[in-house]
Design a protein around this ligand. Structure first.
Ligand SMILES: *Cc1c(COP(=O)(O)O)cnc(C)c1O
Length: 445
């Protein structure tokens, strides 16, 4: 389009845009200078520009622009926020699975700078990467001859499969264990994506050791047993345990999923690494951020020679964990009990006391009530287990304001009420929870 002919300058009309404070003036505001040090120039500028636009649109008087920009600053340079998990789901995938222990958080902070992750400070020579985390893992599972850590459970399975099937051998797996792990990702497709052929045995509901025996031959790379960690099949069912599989002559790999290192009294049906190894598994794979309660990572435990082969494989480099993960994992394994196992150990009487104290601290107009609640482990395992818990019941309409509060609180809506289940909430968070409810209800926090 051709430029219109320049018009004579109009009479200076009272144009609100003229009054919009300039960006450089606003950025000189001492609060925004300090914020630039903390958040970086991009986020501060974005808050300034947004406030200027509101002023230009007539929604904000010019002298309120700086305050509005300050009020709109994000809390941190990452958009991820701390959330209070009052869902009653201990390992909540959408809430980042396992929250780290304070010790693990501190370890991450320390390792975030320059750190001796691969340097022996005594000799000044290169050290074994992540030695401390690997030693802590080995110490917790003495039955494992070797241990290795990769990015997540799926990566552990991919590494095992890529290395063991390189000669062309097939993976023998029961049809009832062809699991979709979530977000559309499926174990069989994961195995095929690294080049494996599958040899499926049995039916959806039943498989016998004879089925495996008939399938295992010279062409078998390994037998895979996958824990159905997010569903149960009931009725006319049968599966084959690790000990029987181990007698078939091929290496047995057990994907236990949840990362339990030893049997847990509250989760009798959840497989654990120690038991699988004792039953003859050559390798166990697991996630680090489910029931173990650590950072996202994948654990590999098993025969020393096999683990060393996995560790030295070129593909292992593509799945290597960073120093932050190693730091958090070591503190999880060697330090105090992390939040997920701590939550599993909470008793109902203690939860009831906390719920009663919370109710007493809330506006009576909300009619808060202590109620029994069924909590669950979640996507992390033990699909059939109901964990007896206690919740504070509130009017359902508080769900949305609580989610958008600071900190956001996520509860569970059940039969027309909002339940704030306390099993996954640390006792230290109760004060925040009460404040959040008061604010969401419009009462002074
Ligand atoms: C969770 C899970 C996985 C995937 O582990 P990620 O750490 O999420 O990659 C694989 N197998 C089983 C049985 C699982 O439960």
């Amino acid at each position: 389009m051709p430029d219109p002919a320049p018009e004579p300058a109009p009479e200076p009309a009272p144009d609100p845009r003229r009054a919009v404070p300039r960006t450089d003036q606003l950025l000189a505001d001492l609060r925004l200078v300090a914020a630039t040090d903390r958040l970086g120039p991009g986020l501060v500028k974005a808050a300034v520009v947004a406030a200027q636009q509101r002023c230009r649109a007539g929604d904000l008087p010019p002298d309120a622009v700086a305050d509005a920009a300050v009020a709109a600053l994000p809390a941190g340079a990452s958009s991820l926020r701390r959330v209070v998990n009052a869902t009653g789901v201990l390992v909540h995938t959408n809430l980042g699975r396992a929250p780290l222990s304070a010790a693990a958080v501190e370890a991450v902070g320390t390792a975030a700078g320059a750190t001796d992750v691969e340097l022996d400070l005594t000799t000044g020579r290169r050290g074994r990467r992540g030695e401390g985390a690997l030693a802590a893992l080995a110490a917790r599972v003495p039955d494992a001859g070797g241990v290795h850590v990769v990015n997540n459970g799926a990566a552990a399975l991919a590494l095992v499969t890529r290395v063991l099937t390189r000669g062309g051998g097939a993976v023998v797996i029961a049809r009832g264990e062809l699991v979709e792990i979530g977000d559309g990702f499926r174990i069989p497709e994961l195995l095929e994506s690294v080049g494996a052929r599958l040899r499926e045995v049995g039916t959806t509901n039943r498989v016998r050791v004879e089925d495996y025996a008939a399938a295992v031959d010279d062409d078998t790379a390994y037998v895979l047993k996958v824990h159905p960690s997010n569903f149960t099949v009931r009725g006319f069912t049968s599966s084959v345990d690790v000990r029987e599989l181990a007698g078939l002559g091929a290496p047995v790999v057990v994907d236990i999923g949840s990362g339990l290192l030893a049997p847990h009294p509250r989760l009798p049906d959840e497989p654990d690494a120690t038991s699988a190894l004792r039953a003859g598994a050559a390798l166990v794979t697991a996630s680090g951020d489910k029931l173990l309660g650590g950072p996202q990572c994948g654990l590999l435990l098993g025969e020393a020679v096999l683990v060393e082969r996995l560790r030295r494989d070129p593909f292992a480099r593509a799945l290597r964990v960073d120093k932050l993960t190693l730091a958090a994992l070591e503190a999880t394994l060697a330090g105090p009990v992390p939040p997920v196992p701590a939550a599993l150990a909470r008793d109902v009487a203690g939860l009831r006391q906390r719920a009663a104290a919370l109710c007493a601290a809330l506006p009576p107009g909300l009619a808060p009530e202590v109620v029994d609640s069924d909590a669950a482990v979640g996507g992390g395992g033990a699909p059939d287990v109901v964990l007896p818990s206690v919740a504070v019941a509130l009017p359902e309409h508080l769900a949305a304001p609580l989610r958008s509060g600071d900190p956001p609180v996520v509860g569970r809506v059940e039969r027309g009420r909002l339940l704030l289940d306390l099993l996954a909430v640390a006792a230290e968070e109760d004060g925040d929870l009460a404040d959040a409810v008061r604010r969401a209800a419009g009462a002074p926090g």
